[in-house]
Ligand binder design. Structure first.
Ligand code: NAP
Length: 497
């Protein structure tokens, strides 16, 4: 790896994300030899810690994660390069102190000093953090590159996202900005690109001529837990649809880029977003279902008459040559029957049945399931003849599982891949400014329509039982089109919700 001096500065270095994800990911990368040599981590937060106190805090908090506990010796070496600066994002002088500390740590090096600023603080602090980084001269690239990783959520609507983009771009050029959607760091999500663009057999059928519909499910079995205060302001569309589900949709629907560099990939993804149909208000409300799990109103931090949806299902269309009139059904929710993320491609039924006489028997279509979690892998459902007389058919499953296919290698954590890419300057798996703004342009009209009192009759907030697959109205959304939700991955071998 490069010999240049590099520092990851975690603003919010004592928080939950730093403790559970960022520091364990950096440590794992260090153990694998995937980090620039001598990489330093400087954590910045308000509490009054010394370097040693911070190292101890991290060890105590993170040692149960990612097998840290068994690697005490390696941890000691890694933690020796970890430092702590106490300061307040709102206080410009704190950034002068941060600069002083960073400059001091860089002393004696070869003159280069690259810095990755990771904004792992509440979104309301993003703008101030960027402004104060610049005011302290910490964004100057005189002696090395400067990059900023920005956590989600990136804005809460189009206007706030544009405002944040403007504030960030007063300090950093777009090529220095790495907006995170950790879903893109997942191995199985990246496999979607390989699956589509490294296998010649799928591309000819990957279009409206062969595909009947696409279903994307990201279900969480947990309720909002202690995040009620945040969640009640946000809701499921901002929390999941605007980012993760639309990301998955773009990966399924995008055209092949000529090369796999970050700009080419991201151009193709943005083209998909721009092609998503924008229906009028009536059609928008008919094409979406919102739900709230029973008991949500009793969660800590949730308003007593909150109308915040914890479940959403919707039908979108991508109006281009490849996808015209193929519905993309999206659904996601909290407190659902299982934790599962899957993409189901349902192919068209055979045009003619050779094997039945008399009344038409419903022929099953081929179904391709791309399982993101759990059961990471790919399933293909196809018809086989049941042994014996006659021509009875049954649907069988041809499956590839990551855990059996790659027994030696464990699937890396999303944050490992993303941190490594940001350090290497590869922004392919990060969200570009125009993508984030397009995503808000898609969900804002729905959020506005739902917040309008008049919409309650057209688009009621359906209650659903925790541990179920959401409101039955979401099944109706598909049955009106003559379709049903499909489960392919994990424990739900059976179809139907
Ligand atoms: P958190 O646990 O509340 O941590 C916030 C961090 O910011 C703490 O280190 C806190 O430490 C510091 N902080 C707060 N106010 C500050 C100030 N004025 N000046 C300096 N430091 C300040 O939040 P989190 O869960 O780690 O989330 C961080 C970011 O990641 C958020 O944008 C969140 O939306 C995003 N995110 C988190 C997760 C997750 O799994 N946790 C997942 C996806 C996205 P002090 O109190 O010591 O100052």
């Amino acid at each position: 790896m490069t010999e240049e001096s590099t520092t990851v500065v975690i603003l919010g270095g004592t928080g939950d994300l730093a403790l559970r994800k960022l520091v364990p990911a950096l440590f794992t990368l260090a153990c694998k030899g995937h980090l620039p040599q001598g990489l330093r981590v400087v954590a910045f937060a308000r509490r009054d810690y010394s370097d040693d106190r911070y190292r101890e805090y991290m060890w105590n908090g993170a040692r149960e994660i990612g097998g840290l506990a068994a690697r005490r010796d390696e941890w000691e070496m890694f933690a020796g390069n970890m430092y702590y600066v106490s300061g307040d994002i709102d206080d410009p002088h704190s950034f002068d102190r941060l600069k002083h500390r960073l400059d001091g740590l860089d002393k004696g090096e070869d003159g280069t000093s690259n810095r990755l600023y990771y904004l792992s603080v509440a979104p309301r602090l993003f703008e101030t953090a960027v402004k104060n980084i610049a005011a302290a001269g910490l964004a100057n690239e005189d002696n090395g590159w400067r990059r900023a990783v920005i956590e989600k959520p990136f804005g809460h609507d189009l206007e706030s996202a544009q405002k944040l983009n403007r504030a960030v771009q007063e300090v950093f050029d777009e090529h220095q900005v790495y907006r995170i959607d950790h879903y893109l760091g997942k191995e199985t999500v990246q496999n979607l690109l390989v699956f589509r663009f490294a296998n010649a057999i799928f591309e000819p059928i990957w279009n409206r001529n062969y595909i009947d519909n696409v279903q994307i499910t990201v279900a969480e079995s947990v309720s909002v837990g202690d995040r009620g205060g945040y969640y009640d302001q946000s809701g499921v569309v901002r929390d999941m649809v605007q980012n993760h589900l639309l990301q998955l949709l773009t990966l399924v629907a995008m055209e092949p880029p000529n090369v796999a560099d970050s700009e080419s990939l991201r151009n193709k993804k943005v083209e998909v977003m721009q092609a998503i149909r924008r229906p009028d208000r009536g059609e928008l409300l008919r094409s979406a279902v919102r739900g709230q799990y029973e008991g949500y109103l009793g969660e800590d931090g949730v308003g007593e008459d909150s109308m915040t949806p914890t479940y959403a299902a919707m039908r979108l269309f991508v109006d281009n040559w490849r996808w015209r009139d193929v519905p993309f059904y999206l659904r996601t929710g909290k407190a659902m029957a299982d934790k599962v993320s899957e993409i189901v491609i349902q192919f068209q039924k055979p045009p003619h049945s050779l094997f039945q006489r008399g009344p038409t028997v419903d022929m099953s279509s081929n179904v391709l399931g791309i399982c993101l979690q759990p059961d990471e892998g790919v399933h293909m459902k196809f018809q086989v003849k049941v042994p014996g007389q006659g021509m009875e058919m049954e649907t069988m499953d041809m499956a590839f599982h990551y855990d059996s296919g790659f027994q030696e290698e464990s699937i890396p954590e999303a944050y490992e891949r993303l941190l490594q890419d940001a350090l290497a300057g590869d922004a392919s798996l990060f969200i570009r400014k125009d993508h984030i703004e397009e995503a808000w342009k898609i969900v804002d009209p729905l959020l506005e329509a739902w917040s309008d009192e008049r919409s309650t009759a057209d688009a009621p907030l359906h209650a659903y039982r925790p541990g179920s697959w959401g409101p039955t109205a979401a099944d109706d959304l598909l049955s009106r089109d003559g379709r049903t939700w499909q489960h392919v991955c994990g424990s739900h071998e059976a179809n139907g919700a």
